[in-house]
Design a protein around this ligand. Structure first.
Ligand SMILES: Cc1cc2nc3c(=O)[nH]c(=O)nc-3n(C[C@H](O)[C@H](O)[C@H](O)COP(=O)(O)OP(=O)(O)OC[C@H]3O[C@@H](n4cnc5c(N)ncnc54)[C@H](O)[C@@H]3O)c2cc1C
Ligand SMILES: *[C@@H]1O[C@H](CO)[C@@H](O)[C@H](O)[C@H]1NC(C)=O
Ligand SMILES: *[C@@H]1O[C@H](CO)[C@@H](O)[C@H](O)[C@H]1NC(C)=O
Ligand SMILES: *[C@@H]1O[C@H](CO)[C@@H](O)[C@H](O)[C@H]1NC(C)=O
Ligand SMILES: *[C@@H]1O[C@H](CO)[C@@H](O)[C@H](O)[C@H]1NC(C)=O
Ligand SMILES: *[C@@H]1O[C@H](CO)[C@@H](O)[C@H](O)[C@H]1NC(C)=O
Length: 469
């Protein structure tokens, strides 16, 4: 294969778009050399075979990469868009679902729910299953069922040389390990075979909201940290959301999540020890009690993404911190951090939020899995903290203040905790400004990933910002 022109002729049977697509994050403006829309694994393999000598290739599932890696993360990549591959089949006897990677999370949830089944995944229903499963896949059912990648039993993958393989624990098991945590660096997943679970017979989305000064907010997070490590059931999914307060010196604090136990009464008795330590407020409970309605509410009203049209764009910078459960955040560190949000955050021009997503705590299935059984490197996080700031009108240009504000917020926690604090970062919240990124994302798994990369993709066909080197 010589030039991009000759490959366009070779794959003329596929729909090829040479228009520059836009990314969900308008902070980035990348022009791929072309976007192809294959309909089968064989067509994906054909595109890879005839282009991989001359071009770098990325898969695009839902296009929700934070740093536009679905467009290649730079100019000049070939994008293989999987949106024409939307099969979802459930084997009624085993409950295993075969899911093609052109599906968005909402469409997967809807198709599974029609068979009375579900799997764990994130809240935004527009996120693509392909990128999501590659790096993790956290949602409020994850403490009960694991990350999306933990449900995968086997997958169909197109390698850099165009070969189609089906890694599983019994075949290509090294590749199967790497594909669950760092897939995008190794191949293009065209479908996954995933374990599913009976859709919970009851579900509710709950929320409690407070306005607090920074010292009370720091105490509240410390109490929440104690509460979740004392005795909570797996059906309890939660996050704490922090945002700009009503006045300088304060923050808004929300406890929200999904509950998949038998009733709201049971949820309230679970939450009681924490709520007793907080100023009294009424909880809000949303939904009609069905699991699929909880998915729809968490997805801002959208399950069927095709009927709803494209997702909103944003102009943002985001970071993540995976906090070690063994080394809880101290009251001092929470105070430094909350004070920063209550003053710098109050005065920031950006629209920001910070989420403490509960990965760990007692009875977490995520953390019960042996850390070395998949490439996903952090099976000891209490929280994955997402720090996120959009430009004031969600449009470009992105203000310099956004970078300094978020970096300062992360630093308020990490510098107060000190050098021995072994935190990590979440691959699916890709951060183009992160330092020490390979350690933070892949921890002790990085050397094995590098060795496998040189075996499966020696010429760097699947290279993009933050890919395994
Ligand atoms: C609004 C929003 C909400 C989110 N909420 C959550 C959440 O609740 N929980 C959570 O865990 N994460 C969440 N995320 C992060 C999300 O999981 C990642 O951004 C994910 O990578 C997006 O996948 P995608 O297929 O939509 O993106 P894409 O941009 O299509 O792909 C992302 C990366 O994965 C690669 N990739 C895509 N498809 C494949 C494939 N089939 N095979 C191999 N590599 C592939 C791409 O090349 C790219 O590098 C959210 C993101 C956004 C924008
Ligand atoms: C990438 O392409 C876009 C759109 O053509 C262009 O605006 C931008 O400057 C290019 N970026 C680089 C780094 O070349
Ligand atoms: C594939 O997707 C493209 C772009 O969305 C569309 O134009 C085309 O009709 C689709 N092809 C098939 C076979 O579905
Ligand atoms: C925060 O409010 C509490 C009362 O809820 C008060 O005791 C405390 O002094 C206040 N702290 C600051 C820093 O304002
Ligand atoms: C509950 O909500 C779902 C999704 O919004 C809807 O399909 C279903 O009909 C509702 N069920 C009841 C019993 O109200
Ligand atoms: C393609 O790459 C795989 C993984 O490195 C290797 O096992 C296989 O032999 C290669 N196939 C060809 C045709 O080179």
């Amino acid at each position: 294969m010589g030039s991009p022109t000759s490959f366009l002729l070779t794959i003329a049977t596929l729909v090829v778009s040479v228009l520059a697509d836009i990314s969900v994050n308008l902070r980035f403006d990348f022009a791929p050399v072309a976007v192809t829309y294959p309909s089968t694994t064989e067509e994906v393999a054909a595109v890879v075979s005839c282009t991989s000598e001359s071009l770098q290739i990325v898969a695009r599932s839902g296009g929700h990469s934070y740093i536009a890696n679905g467009l290649g993360g730079k100019n000049g990549s070939l994008v293989i868009d999987l949106s024409n591959m939307t099969r979802v089949d459930v084997d009624a006897s085993s409950g295993t679902a075969t899911i093609e990677t052109g599906n968005r999370l909402g469409d997967v949830a809807f198709a599974l729910n029609n068979q009375g089944r579900a799997l764990p995944h994130g809240t935004c229903t527009y996120v693509g299953i392909g990128g999501h499963v590659s790096g993790g896949g956290f949602g409020f059912t994850s403490r009960m069922w694991g990350l999306t990648l933990d449900t995968v039993q086997s997958m169909t993958v197109v390698l850099a040389n165009g070969t189609i393989v089906e890694p599983s624990s019994s075949s290509e098991s090294d590749l199967f390990w790497a594909m669950r945590g760092a897939a995008s660096s190794f191949g293009i997943i065209t479908s996954i075979d995933a374990e599913t679970f009976p859709a919970p017979s009851f579900a509710t989305v709950y929320a409690y909201n407070w306005q607090m000064n920074y010292s009370d907010a720091a105490a509240a997070l410390t109490q929440f940290q104690d509460f979740v490590t004392t005795d909570i059931p797996p059906e309890f999914g939660a996050e704490i959301n922090l945002g700009k307060g009503d006045s300088e010196g304060t923050v808004s604090l929300e406890l929200t999540g999904g509950w998949y136990g038998d009733s709201i009464d049971t949820l309230q008795s679970v939450l009681d020890p924490f709520l007793q330590s907080m100023p009294p407020v009424d909880g809000q409970f949303s939904g009609n009690g069905t699991y699929i309605d909880s998915v729809q509410i968490l997805g801002d009203g959208v399950v069927n993404t095709k009927a709803a049209g494209p997702d909103k764009t944003d102009t943002f910078y985001a970071k993540s911190l995976m906090t070690p459960e063994e080394q809880p955040i101290t009251l001092d560190a929470f105070e430094a951090y909350m004070k920063y949000l209550a003053y710098e955050g109050y005065n920031s021009e950006t629209n920001w939020f910070m989420q403490f997503e509960l990965y760990g705590g007692t009875n977490s299935f995520i953390n019960s899995i042996n850390v070395d059984s998949t490439a996903f490197a952090t099976r000891s996080a209490l929280f994955t903290v997402q720090l996120y700031a959009s430009s004031s009108n969600y449009e470009p240009p992105y203000p310099e203040d956004g970078f300094t504000f978020l970096d300062g917020a992360a630093d308020a926690l990490t510098s107060t905790m000190g050098d021995g604090w072994d935190y990590g970062a979440y691959v699916n919240y890709a951060d183009d400004q992160l330092e020490n990124e390979y350690y933070l994302y892949y921890k002790s798994h990085y050397p094995r990933l590098v060795a496998l990369k040189s075996q499966y993709d020696p010429t760097g066909v699947f290279d993009f910002p933050l890919s395994i080197q």
